[in-house]
Design a binder for this molecule. Sequence first.
Ligand SMILES: Nc1ncnc2c1ncn2[C@@H]1O[C@H](COP(=O)(O)OP(=O)(O)OP(=O)(O)O)[C@@H](O)[C@H]1O
Ligand SMILES: [Mg+2]
Length: 483
Amino acid sequence: MTEGGTRRVKGAPRVLVADDDATVVASLRVLLSQAGYEVSVAEDAESALARASVERIDLVLQDMNFSRQTSGEEGLALLEELRRQDPELPVILMTAWGSIDLAVAGMKLGAVDFVSKPWSNPHLLASVATALALSAVAESEEADPRREELDERLDLEGLIGRDPEFLRVLALVGRVAATDASVLITGESGTGKELIAAAVHANSRRRQAPFVKVNLGGISSTLFESEMFGHVRGAFTDARRDREGRFALAEGGTIFLDEIGEVDPSSQVKLLRVLQDRTYEVLGSSQPRAADVRVVSATNADLPQRVRQGQFREDLLYRLNLIAVRLPPLRDRRDDIPLLTHHILAGAAERYAVAPPEVTASGLTWLRRQAWPGNVRQLVQTLERAVLVLGERPLDAAALESLQIGESTRSDDVPRPGRMTLSEVERRMIVESLRHYDGNLTRVAEALGLSRQALYRRLEKYGLSPDDMEGDRPVGSSTLEPR
Ligand SMILES: Nc1ncnc2c1ncn2[C@@H]1O[C@H](COP(=O)(O)OP(=O)(O)OP(=O)(O)O)[C@@H](O)[C@H]1O
Ligand SMILES: [Mg+2]
């Protein structure tokens, strides 16, 4: 961690316990000092603020139901004041069981986490350790990390890119990997969320333990519990034998909850419970099991919006995104396209046992100009197809364009809005039809629902001639098969 940070001073971190309940204070004091922390205590809001302003406090553990007021108003006011006094000071809230609304209100005001009373000691200590690690992370933030420097200390294999925003993402991954904090990765489809999730695991102390991916979009609500938590034989009619759940498979390691936005409300509650208490029950057994699992999730959905629409639980969102990693779309990091292109072509060429094709200047310009709504995945698909279809032939703009035309007719989709004008679509449709019907204008006109005259007018408009299509056809499209 950097020298001269505002908070990081040598020695044990100091935790301020702000609670008016003497028995709670006493047990927290024992728990925290045994775990190696210095402990300060404040029994009312005023002294909490005073201590936080004069002492070197690294973290506050704050009761929300101060002075036995049940509304929590006073607790929120204290939190607000603490945050105003020092926006960097991490505050963990302690809330009575069931007062989730209050906890969520506190998270909105900037609390880093909340723990329900009665608390579990290991969970509370984990929360404190994570919050302290994260505040150290925030302090060590680099403005402009360099790729070479990141590669020296991190395992970032397969993550190509030098774009400044992308490098900041990688640096963040490096800093948070060491903590146990939940990470939520967002970004459009194909931006590399799964690769980033794997990198979080690969750079954590859990790297030797399993990385278990769960596609939540593919799990029905009826099977959710049995999939995630497992079941014992006889738990339900079809449970003929014991089954390990995904959390058990990920024990000691990382669970990657992909497509987290797809989880239905009843499953959201079940997920919240395990994230909150770090325990779960195997279906058909009443023994709670502790989960030592780091949670990384990903989505291309707008979760805050889903929360506003009442489709996603706000408390679950706060549990998931202690750390938020946002991946830029490819169109915002076009300077990475040449690097990515060479990396992808090398991989594809190896797989298809050909030499990587050369990319001409016009080819690179073409690649940089595309909108890439499907981001890196679409670039991968385009280039794989190029190698497959064109083999070792150089990739220039014309070759890439011809592939693209083939591509768009292979799917039933129309181009995404903003990607092409109507004339461009029309032109491509005509080119593709000419190709398909080998320049037979009668059949082309018929297929396009045009009279021959109307087709001629359009050929003229677009400067096309049936003969142009000769010799420009993709070659050997069936000579190479993927994998
Ligand atoms: N920075 C990168 N360097 C190299 N390859 C990348 C990079 N980002 C993404 N890719 C590649 O792009 C493809 C898509 O990546 P990934 O599956 O991680 O995307 P995603 O964000 O999870 O997409 P989706 O939301 O559709 O699940 C993969 O083949 C991956 O290897
Ligand atoms: Mg994905």
